[in-house]
Design a protein. Sequence first.
Lengths: 292, 505
Amino acid sequence: MSERRPAAAADRLPVLKTHKVYVAGKFPRSESGRFDRALAPDGTPIANICRCSRKDVRDAVTAARAAQAGWAARTAYNRGQILYRIAEMLEGRSGQFEALLAAGGTAPDEAAVEVQASTDRLLHYAGWTDKFQQVFSSVNPVATSHFNFSILEPMGVVGVLAPESPLLGLVSSIAPAIAGGNTTVVLVTGGQPLPATTFGEVLNSSDVPGGVVNILTGRRDEMLAPLAAHRDVDALLLCSPDPDVARSAEIEAVHNLKRAAVRPHEDWADVQSPYEITDLQEVKTTWHPIGS
Amino acid sequence: MTDSTPSTGLTAPKLRLGIRDGSDDGWGYAPAPESTDHVELRDRYGLFIDGEFVDAGDGRTFETANPATEEKIADVALASDADVDAAVAAARRAYEEVWSQLAPRERGKYVYRIARVLQERGRELAITESLDGGKPIRESRDVDIPLAAAHFFYYAGWADKLDYAFPGRGARALGVAGQVIPWNFPLLMAAWKIAPAIAAGNTVVLKPAETTPLTALKLAEIIRDAGVPPGVVNIVTGAGETGAAVVQHDDVDKVAFTGSTEVGKLIRRALAGSGRHYTLELGGKAANLVFEDAAVDQAVEGIVNGIFFNQGHVCCAGSRLLVQESVADEVISKLKDRMETLIVGDPLDKNTDIGAINSRAQLDKIEEYLEIGEAEGAEPFQTSCPVPERGYWCRPTLFLHASQSHRVVQEEIFGPVLAVQTFRTVDEGIAMANNTPYGLSGGVWSDKGAKAFRVTSRIRAGVLWANTYNKFDPTAPFGGYKESGIGREGGLAGLHAYLQPEAAA
């Protein structure tokens, strides 16, 4: 069969992509109409990104809350398959992510390693969905005639301040949260936002229900405080090496006693364990009498 | 449900067994007071720092009294910031030089010793607990003291098994723990705090509540007599300022607090960004749901146990009764009859069901809520039993026809006061149960197993009791969702609160 494709035209104008946010399974722009520029390391603008507002944060929390009960009610097997599907989609688009990372300043060979590690990380947590409960729950031998057990339940809606690490860090913070049945609002405030906006497309083609992961781009000083203070957010995952960032978010979180996990890592290569899942789980103990 | 008329058709005259109201018809119980003659109580108690009892540096003291008689029992040292400094320094020294160097097996033996002596001195401790805190001797004897001993016994065994605490990881102690406990279960809370902490290899500074310091100080004697190295456990008595000094101390690695949500939030704020470990066991407003397919008589017992156990001074008390409309009349009628048999009075009397309210301040708070509940339109019901003239007492109380907006439904009263609401469908009952910022506990009464499992799984709380209530065990993790706290005590989860996993190899 002969090659019918026309040769790439040297004078063809490329189609540029509009990078939007990912909320409730859709790709809206910020309600504020504002934008920021994603820059190459030399300061050249690469793309416009949404500069989300506190209203966008609230909308994303609403979406995450709406999705939470349904996501937690999925079987562990089903959640595992969906995380596996995310890995499949990421693998299939590895070239695109390598290019995005490279455009943001990651060396090409490192970009390839980062995309592979991110895919493998998703696979790792896909396998945990139907195992962490077995490893970490317990039947408790109480001294009365009761069947007593403690199981893990998702905390609920988790607000994630995504790390600077543009893909591996992003994946490493989202995957354990959703593997355990939480839904997330992810704030992308680092210098390389484009892998995150594109990762929303991966999620959207992986049977992840809308609202399970919501990804907002913008500025930390505009979005983190409203997210940390939001009464309908149950927990925070604060990925920042700056202790003042974690401290100020934790103070905002006090009034509904959000749980807060802090991840100061800059290198995310080894941040992988079931404890990343259990740190976003509650322990529930149930007593049933044994008798006639 | 329109009034208190029983719908069961039962017209038998009420038997008023156990009521001692002066109109005794011969059915009343004779007094059965527990003898106190062998209990040694000193007039004056010091702080327990570095293995010795010492006066406060500035010589200040406060009084602890018997809430059933309002009479002073003893003067107790009031720890200042300087005393807390000394206690933390002793704990640090003991951690660095002794406790962390000791073979885990030997560490465990000390903890076992404490458990054993608690059992040996159980009767004395039970009486002391009832004298100092007002709880019925039946509860201090059968619940508080045996469970306290059981906690030490359980955690003692963990001391040489920490390698199994975190699958795939090693474990190490945190260092010095600063711990503050409330007055509702004085010795038991001390055990919940101290046992896992020292078994895991930490040392502690514990502050008991100012109205109930005596059993913790007796525990200090036991710890000293057990030969536990000086400084491993330090006990500093005082009020809120002393507690604040403990939890905010710079050289404390871990804070454990049981108390009000309000104070818990202040502590959480103070710890923000510090990287220190913490567990908070805070308030609750638990729903006790009775479905139409419940065994009603058992449910009534469970409702009574849920709210009137320990005068309702229980963070996980079933203080909201949610009863399905179709059985509401019957349940409430039987509940009222059962409540009429409850004996309020001398905590040391073995017949007493409801002892003294722990303090004047707590009684004032409860009485304020009784006024609020009535003013907001709920219908009060209080039993007719007599109460002693001196001391702090509150008869068991219901607020019928309470609604979600009522403060007696939303706020923790911490007394023998039960708000009653009704629901129609299972989903409505669950939604009402979850309509609270708290999430410590909940109860479900239904003879349908599948329904009980489903409802317990949908209530957002840390401890769920199905067809039972207010059961506790050292192996069973306890702690809250939402604003009822962060972290767990009891079981392996409670051990985790005093350890950190080592980094992956």
